[in-house]
Design a protein around this ligand. Structure first.
Ligand SMILES: Cc1ncc(COP(=O)(O)O)c(C=O)c1O
Length: 385
């Protein structure tokens, strides 16, 4: 087979990294290896594969909970995009959040984590960790003095979201990495809300970056998947957790995510441009109390976002219509194009009303034509009292 390259540019690697025509059949698209086990000619070959696979040698397989070629192809693609030595994929975003934290924290350790986190990450930290004697301090990760004050001799790790859920605060990764490394701690960044086309936390000093690949990486709302990338020495203990806790990724989902990633740079650019224009439109409306979008000068972390994020500031917007819960429902319930749903990162715009947060609305802006989106947003606002 002729020598191949993944190219150097981000878009080229999003298309080519991890993917090769099948050497036996010449199929251009990587196959979905729908197999639980792998077969060998001899007992010795089987034993060798088991030993090497369980020593986490890439490309050696004996059983798909431990390793699978389709999952591996996704891992190689994501490692390339994040500028990482290696990557581990698992069954969901929460599978990588939990495996990553459990691999690097044990009884008696302390974790410093953001005060605003994805809801189920909060369940893990608030319900599961106390039962394992892992202490958790929750602080505003944009407040470096507060983060420093929360660190104790038992602290092992700082955990942050690169754009928080739902208020879209953007912590300074380089400053947190300096703080973490001066104290011998790991910095782990959940980059789900931006994706690697907009931000690559390892370039700013984070030790591990993880994603619910369910969101921007997949991009089509058709797969549940998670990935974590960084140095192999930090990832091998995470592989042990993924294997032992039975969190193996489905090869079919990995294939869907891999297909989605090929258009990630295009989708990130289109959705980001739409988001900036919609955020400006909302900010100019007298039906809106406030708007949070990192690309707006009014955002409290606008300067950090401009330094850290490629493009206008991602494609997530949070805003509060006037009129409290009534205003919220008046907006969402009169939309005709955008769907109400809890997920994000999809190619189509999703609207997430949050009555328990006082009637704020989170928009995950998609790649539709801007005029259609603006028309729908204007229609929703026209019903806000
Ligand atoms: C920031 C963040 N992290 C992790 C997750 C968990 O991902 P999954 O739903 O794939 O388990 C989500 C899900 O919405 C998320 O928003």
């Amino acid at each position: 087979m002729r020598q191949r390259t993944d190219g150097r540019g981000f878009a080229t690697r999003a298309i080519h990294a991890g993917e090769r025509p099948d050497p036996v059949t010449h199929a251009h698209t990587p196959p979905i290896y729908a197999t639980s086990t792998f077969a060998f000619d001899t007992a010795a070959e089987k034993e060798d594969a088991v030993d090497r696979s369980l020593a986490w040698e890439p490309g050696v397989y004996f059983y798909s909970r431990t390793g699978n070629p389709t999952n591996r192809a996704l891992e190689e693609k994501v490692a390339s995009l994040e500028g990482a030595e290696d990557c581990v994929t698992a069954a969901s975003g929460m599978a990588v959040v939990s495996s990553t934290l459990l691999a690097h924290l044990g009884a008696g350790d302390q974790l410093v984590a953001g005060d605003e986190l994805f809801a189920i990450t909060q369940v893990l930290l608030g319900y599961d960790f106390p039962r394992r004697d892992i202490e958790v301090a929750r602080v505003d990760m944009t407040d470096l003095a507060a983060v420093e004050a929360a660190i104790t001799p038992r602290t092992k790790l700082l955990f942050m979201e690169t754009s928080t859920n739902p208020r879209l605060r953007v912590p300074d990764i380089a400053a947190l990495a300096d703080l973490a490394h001066a104290r011998g701690l790991l910095l782990v960044a959940d980059n789900t809300f931006l994706g690697p086309a907009a931000l690559r936390p390892l370039e700013h000093g984070a030790d591990l970056v993880l994603h619910a690949a369910t969101k921007y990486l997949s991009g089509h709302g058709d797969a549940v998947s998670g990935v974590v990338a960084g140095a192999k020495a930090l990832l091998d203990p995470i592989r042990v957790q993924v294997d032992a806790l039975g969190q193996a990724a489905s090869p079919f989902n990995s294939w869907l995510v891999m297909r989605g990633i090929r258009t990630l740079p295009l989708r990130t650019r289109a959705a980001g441009q739409n988001a900036l224009r919609i955020a400006e439109f909302l900010e100019a409306s007298d039906k809106v109390e406030w708007v949070r979008y990192p690309g707006l000068a009014s955002h409290p972390d606008h300067d950090v976002a401009r330094r850290q994020i490629d493009g206008p500031g991602g494609a997530m917007i949070t805003f509060k219509p006037r009129g409290g819960l009534e205003g919220m429902a008046a907006f969402t319930d009169h939309l005709r194009l955008c769907d109400i749903g809890v997920s994000l990162g999809d190619i189509c715009t999703l609207v997430y009303p949050r009555p328990k947060d006082g009637g704020i609305i989170r928009l995950s802006v998609g790649c539709e034509d801007l005029d259609d989106l603006l028309e729908d947003v204007a229609r929703g606002l026209s019903f806000v009292p």
